[in-house]
Design a binder for this molecule. Structure first.
Ligand SMILES: Cc1cc2nc3c(=O)[nH]c(=O)nc-3n(C[C@H](O)[C@H](O)[C@H](O)COP(=O)(O)OP(=O)(O)OC[C@H]3O[C@@H](n4cnc5c(N)ncnc54)[C@H](O)[C@@H]3O)c2cc1C
Ligand SMILES: *[C@@H]1O[C@H](CO)[C@@H](O)[C@H](O)[C@H]1NC(C)=O
Ligand SMILES: *[C@@H]1O[C@H](CO)[C@@H](O)[C@H](O)[C@H]1NC(C)=O
Ligand SMILES: *[C@@H]1O[C@H](CO)[C@@H](O)[C@H](O)[C@H]1NC(C)=O
Ligand SMILES: *[C@@H]1O[C@H](CO)[C@@H](O)[C@H](O)[C@H]1NC(C)=O
Ligand SMILES: *[C@@H]1O[C@H](CO)[C@@H](O)[C@H](O)[C@H]1NC(C)=O
Ligand SMILES: *[C@@H]1O[C@H](CO)[C@@H](O)[C@H](O)[C@H]1NC(C)=O
Ligand SMILES: *[C@@H]1O[C@H](CO)[C@@H](O)[C@H](O)[C@H]1NC(C)=O
Length: 534
């Protein structure tokens, strides 16, 4: 053999090896390689103490308790619910970056969980192999009272946030949801509202900056991510775009004394009259007043209740209600003055407990299914009467219908200012909820009850498109099945219900910040495929 031939054979040999290696690398990068992922992450964490704090494998005794810690819908905690391959509980923001970088490299699918309140369990359960990135350890809250702003990490709950603010200053707070265990990660990124929505709008309307980890594992703040990306995560749902590490939020003023009340009506005809009138008042009256309608059973009787918050004293509340809404029949004995932070405890129905209970973590015991609608014209009494009748069904023992008034600040913010499009013209939102004990086969009849009421309401609510609120996620609206239609075409069918015309802009943002669809779930915003771009 000539020397030259010998060298070229050697060269060919190494070239082949190299090609094979790089080929096997690209294949393994495509198929999910959990061993590789674990090695990659352990290397980056670079400390066995940290590794054992952050990485939980099914072999660890902590695995099932970490998993169930924030499962807020027991419909997704049965033995049949798919479990994650791993759970990661980062203790530093850099661990989130490492998780994203290693996950991309080894083809791992990640679900981000903050408070675990997703209505369809998408933050902790899905059918393909997945890893949960649970942010529960990243929950610091840094308040800058002078600047009326706060940096809050996304593992914090809104209860913890309210408490931190309330103990510092009784007249400075933040407008977000009613249930204290809701996480700021999912809640703010999907909109988020509670008793201050008529006065101050959504939680997302008060986000002034954010720190996120993008699909390339970079930490970006508003300045670096750009205004489109920043727009998308304030109502478009965080799970399609990035992992939000923390939010900077602007605070709002509340008076030192507010008034809460709760009027209950058991008699159907009287209740129908109040609700009918409520439709003409609740979204137009002074934005200092928030009155909800709740329909539910008490023992075997259906009842209507009208819990409310007024940003002022009992005296001025009674004057206002007697003038604008006398049908409510509000009396002084139904009312109680307190500080705003105490009203949060009252609305959360925690009983007569100190405000530090707002920071307590609790798990839900009843499984549930819900759907939502927006109402743009008053609905006829017959429709309300029909809901009343449906609540008498045996499977509606724990059902709830909740009407939340809009108007006020909600109507002043344009439909395109944030991804949440249900602004002016929407009088109120209805949420149809049913709860039941245990999971099992029984669940079908409870879920069917919700579907049926929802179907019967179709002619009375916003249509073309029929609206829905992303934070009350509903997989009946559609999920990706991967048939002939492109992901864009599939996603559009429920995307326009959640986001109306903002869907297209969300798709454009998605295409530019996460073209390979690393952050995805059953209903995430799709990127345009290369075909659609051309
Ligand atoms: C009991 C209860 C009461 C509620 N009350 C209200 C209410 O009063 N007002 C209201 O508006 N809504 C309310 N909600 C709905 C709630 O706003 C949404 O379920 C919200 O998405 C929950 O956020 P989370 O972080 O707790 O949930 P998670 O299940 O952790 O997350 C929800 C979604 O957001 C994604 N996500 C979570 N954290 C991040 C992050 N850091 N970065 C990127 N994506 C993230 C998840 O992947 C998932 O897709 C309530 C829900 C429940 C169960
Ligand atoms: C690799 O990924 C590409 C793009 O996501 C996909 O089209 C291809 O089918 C994948 N190949 C394998 C072997 O998974
Ligand atoms: C997984 O990744 C590791 C580390 O890079 C590698 O050694 C291993 O061969 C990979 N496994 C597969 C099946 O690709
Ligand atoms: C890993 O840990 C060692 C020992 O604690 C330290 O010297 C080294 O700088 C660390 N490496 C990285 C990349 O953090
Ligand atoms: C769990 O333990 C089994 C048996 O000891 C071992 O084979 C497996 O690799 C472990 N899995 C993980 C993810 O550590
Ligand atoms: C207060 O917040 C504003 C708006 O975010 C910012 O421009 C300003 O620098 C902050 N001031 C201080 C003292 O932090
Ligand atoms: C609370 O904040 C308000 C508004 O910034 C301020 O006027 C008030 O003095 C503060 N109260 C206390 C007790 O710090
Ligand atoms: C209002 O009263 C109803 C009926 O008695 C009750 O179910 C509900 O929990 C009360 N709401 C609040 C916020 O206390």
């Amino acid at each position: 053999m000539k020397l030259q031939t010998f060298f070229s054979t050697i060269l060919l040999f190494f070239t082949t090896i190299f090609l094979l290696l790089s080929l096997s690398h690209s294949v393994s990068a495509n198929q999910s390689n959990h061993t590789g992922f674990l090695q990659c992450l352990s290397l980056r964490l670079n400390d066995s103490n940290i590794v054992s704090k952050v990485i939980h494998t099914p072999n660890d005794s902590s695995f099932s308790s970490v998993l169930s810690l924030t499962i807020q819908n027991p419909r997704f905690s049965s033995p049949g619910t798919p479990k994650p391959v791993l759970i990661l509980t980062p203790v530093q923001p850099s661990h989130v970056q490492s998780a994203v970088k290693c996950a991309r490299r080894f083809g791992i699918h990640i679900r981000t969980r903050s408070g675990g309140h997703d209505y369809e369990g998408l933050s902790y359960a899905t059918h393909k192999p997945f890893v949960i990135l649970d942010l529960t350890n990243l929950r610091s809250i840094t308040v800058d009272v002078d600047n009326r702003s706060v940096w809050v990490q996304t593992g914090a709950t809104i209860g913890e946030l309210y408490y931190e603010l309330g103990k510092m200053n009784k007249t400075l707070t933040f407008p977000a949801g009613v249930c204290p265990t809701v996480g700021v990660g999912g809640h703010f990124s999907g909109g988020g509202y509670g008793t201050l929505l008529r006065k101050h709008g959504l939680a997302a309307d008060h986000v002034i900056d954010a720190r996120v980890v993008d699909a390339r594992g970079r930490v970006l703040e508003r300045r670096e991510m750009g205004e489109d990306f920043f727009w998308a995560i304030r109502g478009g749902g965080g799970s399609s775009f990035c992992v939000v590490l923390s939010w900077k939020i602007g605070l709002v003023d509340v008076p030192s004394t507010v008034t809460v009340f709760n009027v209950t009506e058991f008699e159907e005809q009287s209740a129908l009259k109040i609700i009918h009138r409520w439709q003409f008042v609740s979204d137009r009256v002074s934005d200092d007043l928030f009155v909800r309608v709740m329909l539910q059973r008490y023992k075997n009787m259906v009842r209507a209740s009208f819990p409310g918050l007024y940003l002022g004293s009992v005296k001025s509340l009674l004057e206002l209600v007697n003038r604008e809404f006398p049908e409510l029949g509000l009396e002084e004995k139904d009312c109680k003055e307190m500080s705003w932070i105490e009203s949060v405890v009252w609305f959360a129905e925690l009983g007569d407990v100190p405000i530090d209970n707002l920071g307590k973590r609790a798990r839900a015991s009843l499984a549930f299914k819900a759907k939502s609608d927006f109402v743009q014209e008053p609905i006829p009494e017959t429709a309300i009467s029909n809901m009343w009748r449906r609540l008498q069904a045996p499977e509606a023992e724990h059902a709830q219908l909740i009407f939340t008034p809009f108007g006020g600040r909600m109507s002043e913010i344009g439909e395109y200012e944030t991804p949440f499009p249900h602004r002016e013209g929407n009088m109120y939102e209805i949420q149809y909820l049913n709860y039941w004990r245990g999971g099992g086969e029984e669940k079908e009849k409870y879920m069917r009850w919700v579907e049926r009421v929802y179907d019967e309401m179709s002619e009375f609510v916003a249509s073309s498109p029929r609206g829905a609120y992303i934070n009350l996620r509903d997989l009946d609206l559609g999920i990706y099945v991967g048939g002939k239609r492109s992901k864009y075409e599939e996603g559009k069918s429920w995307g326009v219900k959640y986001f109306k015309n903002n869907f297209e802009r969300l798709v454009r943002v998605k295409t530019s910040v996460d073209p390979f669809d690393f952050f995805c779930d059953e209903q995430s915003i799709p990127p345009f495929s290369s075909v659609e771009v051309m």
